[in-house]
Design a protein around this ligand. Structure first.
Ligand SMILES: [Zn+2]
Length: 283
């Protein structure tokens, strides 16, 4: 075992391992992004039906593993050769092997983004558990950003484990911030957006900040420490305002249509992982 792990100390091997791990993880994240919101919606429907005294309908099993990956257009189950991250998409020229329907570019894009982030984690944190933890944090933020873009939801089933994982990491030898900074970060992250959201609601009578955004910033506070939060919130707000204006000018966003804040927060939270010094410019 020792000798197998020693080979990872060669920088090129470590970075390549991270890239391959990132591509495979990205492929799985595509499944999570597509299925988790559907699973949540079914659960809500079933809960409502039960509350109203009915019986939830019988349905075919649907979770992250079942049914097998298939073409959303023709339903043909994909073979292993069609599931190779990025490469299958290139080989198939972005078309389904069976029905020729276009395969969205966002699938390989998410795989490449995950690989890029994993390589960045590997190079920033070096060989070891800290890098693996940072990869987990990056993967969670990417998934949350993609789901929020699609559905305006930030599932508790992702933000809550992310928060706890961040706190627990500081109790291990591999954490890179203190327990105090992490707990203060989690509390301050939630509180900061709660204050903003409540002020917005009192001023406008509208819900401006989702609970999910507060939980996401709490989780990022647990991973990054409270010291990174001012920079993260500022960067996310700037990106949000610029993105909202840009999309409105381009006619992609209607006047009262809300913009998901999760992707802006996640982007800033990833930047803070790699450029913590820059995010703490105020210190
Ligand atoms: Zn097809």
């Amino acid at each position: 075992m020792e000798s197998y792990l020693a080979i990872l100390q060669i920088p090129a091997v470590w970075l390549c391992t991270a890239a391959v791990l990132g591509l495979l993880t990205g492929s799985f994240l595509n499944v999570v992004v597509a299925r988790l919101p559907v699973m949540m919606e079914r659960e809500w429907h079933d809960d409502c039906t039960i509350l109203q005294g009915g019986d939830p309908p019988e349905r075919a099993t649907f979770n992250l593993a079942v049914p097998r990956s298939h073409c959303p257009h023709c339903g043909e189950v994909l073979q292993a050769r069609d599931l190779v991250p990025v490469l299958s998409w290139l080989w198939l020229r972005a078309r389904c092997r069976h029905c020729q329907a276009a395969i969205a570019w966002r699938y390989p894009a998410l795989e490449l983004a995950t690989a890029g982030l994993f390589v960045a984690c590997a190079s920033t944190f070096g060989v070891g558990v800290a890098a693996i933890a940072a990869m987990g944090y990056s993967a969670a933020l990417l998934t949350l950003a993609a789901i929020d873009l699609d559905t305006m939801l930030l599932p508790d089933s992702l933000t809550q484990p992310l928060l706890w994982a961040g706190l627990v990491l500081t109790l291990t030898p591999w954490g890179w911030i203190s327990v105090t900074d992490a707990v203060a970060g989690a509390a301050a992250g939630y509180a900061a957006l709660w204050v903003v959201g409540t002020a917005f609601r009192l001023a406008t009578g509208k819900e401006g900040m989702g609970q999910g955004d507060m939980k996401l910033l709490a989780a990022m506070g647990a991973w990054l420490g409270w010291q990174n939060l001012p920079g993260v919130v500022l960067a996310a707000s700037l990106v949000g305002v610029a993105g909202g204006l840009g999309m409105r000018l381009a006619g992609r966003l209607a006047k009262d249509e809300p913009l998901p804040f999760g992707p802006c927060l996640a982007g800033a939270g990833l930047a803070a992982l790699f450029w913590s010094d820059m995010m703490q410019w105020w210190r």
